[in-house]
Write a protein that binds this ligand. Structure first.
Ligand code: SAM
Ligand code: SF4
Length: 329
């Protein structure tokens, strides 16, 4: 078991396999995209698999594949299949925008993926275009349909943004009336890659999001949060699915943080808000053996910051303007 210097279990890795994306979500990256990483800057699949193997041997039990958009990277199913076979890994899941995902759903089911996080900020195709700057609403809904038909658990991630989609909060809650989905509303974080913070203060924090839902559903009930949950979970009586609210900017969940991240270029992040503590790809490419890399990882885990607010204070680079696609949200 991996325990950090604050006594927190580390058992969850989020691996971002690319920074590239086929959408341009307003809250994540500029309309022109990012300065995409070159092929040599990216970790190869062999390097990713080696990192995952090492970390699973050390105590990681759950891996989430994210990005950028995982399905934009060529042959992603090969990596997913290889990771799914790791001994000791209990849970492999992924986060996707759903644009290219539908044709892979049957294979995802076949390799044992039980849960997929699907990003969907609105149920209105016009607003979908205005938020993502791409006309792909139909493809995303086809993925939702395919996932549910294959019995894969779906969590819908919706970032709540003033002036963009607050009118979608109630329709998204209503989606869980008939469908067995967990709709999770996320506070917008300042990782939009354009060097500008969209809002000087958090106008739609987790408290306001809940108040908005309570106005229409006053009988919404708090339910038990699973261990290590970043979401506060709720249930509307009579609905099939649930509602979650993730205080991603308020950072109320750091005390039980069980997660680490590896960015597409191999940087280990102990916290979403830090600017990286170690580069695993560089260690591998300089010929370090597994035992040495393991020692470096253990050292990093013994020096984790207490919470995201402390991590943010220590950031040296322009971390706050980084794109979430380059971090692996
Ligand atoms: N492309 C995939 C997708 O959109 O699902 C995976 C990567 S995306 C960076 C992962 C998650 O981060 C998405 O659910 C997205 O909504 C969320 N995200 C991106 N930028 C964000 C921001 N500035 N604030 C809050 N959440 C953000
Ligand atoms: Fe792409 Fe996901 Fe970022 Fe949207 S949130 S631009 S889909 S990486």
């Amino acid at each position: 078991m991996l325990i950090d210097n604050h006594g927190r279990t580390i058992n969850y890795l989020r691996l971002a396999v690319t920074d590239k994306c086929n959408l341009r979500c307003f809250y994540c990256m500029p309309e022109d995209g990012l300065n995409w990483l070159s092929r040599t800057e990216l970790m190869s699949y062999e390097e990713m698999l080696r990192a995952c193997t090492l970390l699973v041997n050390m105590g990681i039990q759950k891996i989430r594949i994210t990005g950028g958009e995982p399905f934009v990277r060529k042959d992603i199913m090969k990596l997913l299949t290889a990771i799914s076979k790791l001994d000791g890994l209990h849970d492999l899941s992924l986060t996707t925008n759903g644009v290219l995902t539908a044709p892979h759903v049957a294979e995802l089911k076949a390799i044992g993926i039980k849960s997929v996080n699907l990003s969907l900020d609105t149920l209105d195709s016009g607003r979908f275009f205005s938020i993502t700057r791409r006309d792909e609403f139909g493809a995303v809904m086809a993925t939702l349909d395919g996932l549910l038909k294959h019995g894969i658990e779906v969590k819908i991630n919706a970032v709540v943004m003033e002036g963009k989609n607050t009118q979608d909060i109630i329709p998204l809650v209503e989606l869980a009336k008939e469908l067995p989905v967990s709709v999770r509303f996320i506070e917008e974080m300042p990782f939009n890659g354009d060097g500008q913070i969209h809002q000087t203060k958090m106008s739609w924090d987790y408290i306001r999001i809940l108040e908005e839902i309570e106005q229409v559903y006053p009988d919404i009930k708090k339910i038990q949060d699973p261990a290590y949950s970043t979401a506060y979970n709720y249930h509307v009586p009579g609905h099939v699915g649930d509602v979650g609210i993730i205080a991603a900017y308020s950072r109320t969940f750091c005390g039980t943080c069980n997660r680490i991240r590896i960015t597409p270029q191999g940087t280990l992040k102990n916290c979403l808000y830090d600017d990286g503590v170690l580069n695993i790809k560089d260690l591998m490419r300089s010929g370090k053996n597994d035992a040495t890399i393991k020692d470096s990882l253990l050292n990093a885990f013994n020096n984790r910051v207490k919470d995201g607010l402390e991590a943010e204070k220590l950031v040296k680079n322009t971390g706050m303007h980084e794109s979430m696609a380059a971090i692996g949200g």
